[in-house]
Design a protein around this ligand. Sequence first.
Ligand SMILES: C[S@@+](CC[C@H](N)C(=O)[O-])C[C@H]1O[C@@H](n2cnc3c(N)ncnc32)[C@H](O)[C@@H]1O
Length: 200
Amino acid sequence: MDSIPFDAAYWTARYHAGRDAWDVGTITEPLRAYFAQLGEPDQRRILIPGAGRAYEAEWLHRQGWPNVVVSDIAPEALTALQQRVPDFPAEHLLLQDFFAMEPAYDLIVEQTFFCALNPSQRPAYAQQCAHLLRPGSKLVGLLFETSFGNPQEPPFGGTREEYRAYFEPYFDFVHFDTAHNSIKPRQDRELFICLQRKSL
Ligand SMILES: C[S@@+](CC[C@H](N)C(=O)[O-])C[C@H]1O[C@@H](n2cnc3c(N)ncnc32)[C@H](O)[C@@H]1O
């Protein structure tokens, strides 16, 4: 696995080959339900890293959230959002490596990005989320709690015990349990997480 760089060329090739089974074509219910209870749109800066075609960003934008930022290293992903939602602010579409991003955000949304990274990058993912978030703000989303067929390529699975160790240094655990409203293929195979950035 360490011989394959999961870089922009790798992800672009997967999009072009249609090897994009993660793409469910719409916002997923756990995230829709979480966003719906946030209340009226406000100025919070919401980051969706490794956003892919970014249906969650589209949903938030259509609800009136003005500061939704998506980042991805594959141009294909950002172009798809731009074409579906021409009035999505171009300056909020970042063709950028998550690990090179700068603060500050009030919410980071996770879905099938963590599992797309080489597992050796997981500690750095937790650290970068903490770096990007203002103290007291949150990392919210879904982490697979399962294993997958191909150990050489994403998606990579794992366990809640493993994940807990990455996030504990930086976050308080508000919620960290099996999602109750997953889409069918992911039922009982993913955790819903709500982690609050510690004030260190
Ligand atoms: C499995 S896809 C998930 C897409 C989206 N989150 C979804 O649920 O549909 C992983 C995405 O992460 C992007 N990606 C991989 N490494 C990245 C990095 N270091 N920084 C930003 N995006 C990255 C890929 O280009 C791809 O679009």
